[in-house]
Design a protein around this ligand. Structure first.
Ligand code: PEP
Ligand code: MG
Length: 601
């Protein structure tokens, strides 16, 4: 029987395929397909790993001190028994032979199957053996990694390479943002996670991959079983398990329709983003890695409005990139963009982007109670001045090769501004003294904390431009953790308090003659395009995949006619509905607006 699991839509489109369940702690095992000629060799890798681990267990047992508790030897026997059980290695070998999974993937797939069986056991003692099984698999995975450290898996290979294979959808309780990034060129055509909010960084990375994704689908990873046939509806935030033939046909039709729509939108690539009344609008791209600039160019973006540099720092086992490595990465981004401006944000580590790649659910068990309010972004950089200066030096050196703008995240106070500027002056002196060539940069502040939005004149005094980070501005204005699906329904970009801060920042920046952009998810959501234009915004930064949809709205807009829209929306009982109604009616005042229109700013 078909079941439905509801979550949050984060990345549009429809994916249909087989579920691949991966435990959160194992999302970083390689997921690649094995060439048909190499299947038996891959199964042999499994057997070799098993034999090695088996010898380890024998040795451990032999070397137990005479006075060791008897339970220890018994435990090793249990581990040996689990290891030798055909339900583990034998069945994993079948995943390799039938699905062409590599050994590590096959093992974790089979672990998920067996773990589910353990969970369903009546007997508490047997249920608890799941932890032993996980430890055995952990050892096997370690052994596979060690035995084959030099193997470079071909992560680009697509399931269809093997003819007849169905597309695969990854289902996990949680995926850390950095792990999500590693799936960028992977075999998966859709994602489902139990946790996460719409603007959590995992969701943001999924969106940048332009494949259907649903997060916050609470029970998904326990309701869906390995290899289930599922539909991921990324528009509605719905996962359908084992769909009926009629539903399947309906979704296949929708898949074809959205392909056609994408094809139509792609034709706008070379069309300049100019409104009907001749207002030029800058559509920029958000990227995570230097080579993402390629996708930005292909999408028709006219520069990078946000390079989230922290992705260079994550999942590196504590070894952070030095100045040279960063310089090469930033320079690469500049070169890829061929003379277009590249806005690079200094590291925004912390909150749901920890350095060591913990997932959101793991983070919740960390000792830090409120990571979003903790040592994050510029706070982290200022607490690690030598790291911060390395990054600044690398940025200024990259600016020697093309237009670079530097963006500082999460500033909230004058003190942080002063310390940031002091560090910048310091590295400029260092570079001059060392005779290293460097370029001038435009300096920008991210406005993503209400304190910054409410004291904007101070920021406008010190910075060349501002970029409004609506993802965090919403989180901090409404006191809603953006990564927590439990409060996702309260995370509201249409809240008048949020809209009022955004509008006031745009107006003040324009009045001061300073650049202003929005780089949060609102900028790439076509539902907000007219409203932001009405507020005076002329620079939007978004995932490359969103550029065409937003451009389509820009091309149809007339900013003179849009002028009343901001007031209408901000005073409406239901701002989202009011905005849609107003646009649909071509500007007639909706019934929900009472009294005279007051300019709010
Ligand atoms: C934002 O907060 O809106 C933003 C663009 O930064 P990030 O999503 O990386 O926090
Ligand atoms: Mg932010």
């Amino acid at each position: 029987m078909s079941i439905q699991v509801f979550g949050l839509p984060v990345s549009r489109g429809v994916a249909i395929g087989r579920a691949v369940l991966v435990a959160s702690s194992r999302v970083d095992v390689p997921h690649v397909f094995v060439d048909p000629d190499d299947l038996e060799a891959e199964v042999a890798r499994l057997h070799a790993a098993r034999d090695h681990v088996s010898t380890e267990f024998d040795n451990l047992k032999r070397d137990l001190p005479a006075d060791a508790p008897a339970e220890l030897a018994a435990l090793l026997d249990v581990h040996q028994m689990l290891l030798q059980d055909e339900a583990l290695i034998g069945a994993a070998g079948e995943w390799v032979r039938t699905r062409h999974y590599n050994a590590e993937w096959a093992l974790s797939a089979q672990l998920e199957v067996l773990a589910r069986q353990f969970d369903e056991m009546e007997d508490a003692y047997i249920r608890e053996r799941k932890a032993d099984l996980e430890q055995v698999v952990e050892r096997l995975l370690r052994q596979l990694a060690q035995a084959d450290a030099s193997r470079v898996p071909d992560a680009q290979r697509h399931p269809r390479d093997f003819g007849g294979e169905e597309p695969l959808v990854l289902v996990a309780s949680d995926i850390a943002p950095a792990d999500m990034l590693s799936f960028k060129r992977s075999v998966f055509t859709g994602f489902v996670t139990d946790v996460g909010g719409k603007t959590s960084h995992t969701a943001i990375v999924a969106r940048s991959m332009d494949i259907p994704a649903v997060v916050g689908a609470r029970q998904a990873s326990s309701l869906i079983r390995q290899d289930d046939y599922i539909i991921v509806d990324g528009d509605a935030g719905l996962v359908i398990v084992d769909p009926s033939p009629i539903v399947l046909e309906e979704y296949r039709f929708r898949q074809r329709q959205s392909e056609l729509e994408r094809g139509r939108l792609a034709r706008l690539r070379h069309t300049p983003a100019v409104t009907l009344d001749g207002e030029r609008v800058e559509l920029l791209a958000n990227i995570e890695m230097p080579d993402d600039g390629q996708a930005a160019l292909e999408a028709g973006a006219v520069g990078v409005g946000l390079f989230r540099s922290e992705f260079l720092f994550m999942n590196r086992g504590g070894k952070l990139p030095d100045e040279e490595e960063q310089y090469e990465a930033y320079r690469r981004a500049v070169e890829v963009m061929k003379g277009m401006p590249v806005t690079i944000r200094t590291v925004d580590i912390g909150a749901d982007k920890p350095l060591d790649g913990l997932s959101t659910s793991e983070l919740r068990h960390e000792s830090v109670l409120n990571p979003a309010l903790g040592l994050r972004a510029i706070r982290w950089s200022l607490s690690e001045p030598s790291m911060f200066r390395k990054q600044l030096r690398a940025l200024f050196r990259a600016a020697h090769h093309g237009p670079v703008k530097v963006l500082i995240p999460m500033l909230a106070s004058q003190r942080e501004i002063r310390q940031t500027l002091d560090n910048i002056a310091h590295v400029q002196r260092q570079l001059t003294d060392a005779g290293k060539p460097y370029g001038q940069v435009e300096l920008g502040a991210m406005i993503e904390v209400p304190a910054a939005a409410l004291t904007l004149p101070i920021f406008l005094q010190h910075f060349d431009f501002i970029s409004i980070g609506t993802n965090d501005l919403i989180q901090y204005t409404l006191a809603i953790d953006r990564a927590d699906e439990a409060v996702a329904h309260l995370y509201d970009p249409w809240h008048p308090a949020v809209l009022s801060l955004i509008r006031s920042c745009i107006e003040q920046a324009r009045a001061a003659g300073k650049g202003v952009s929005v780089c949060g998810e609102m900028a790439g959501d076509p539902a907000f395009t007219e409203l932001l234009l009405a507020m005076g915004l002329r620079s939007f930064s978004m995932h490359p995949t969103q550029v065409a949809s937003v451009k389509q709205r820009v091309l149809r807009a007339d900013t003179r006619r849009l002028l009343p829209l901001a007031n209408v929306v901000m005073q409406a009982a239901d701002p989202e509905q009011a905005c849609a109604d107003w646009l649909l009616s071509g500007g007639a005042p909706p019934a929900s607006v009472a009294g005279p229109v007051v300019v709010n700013g």
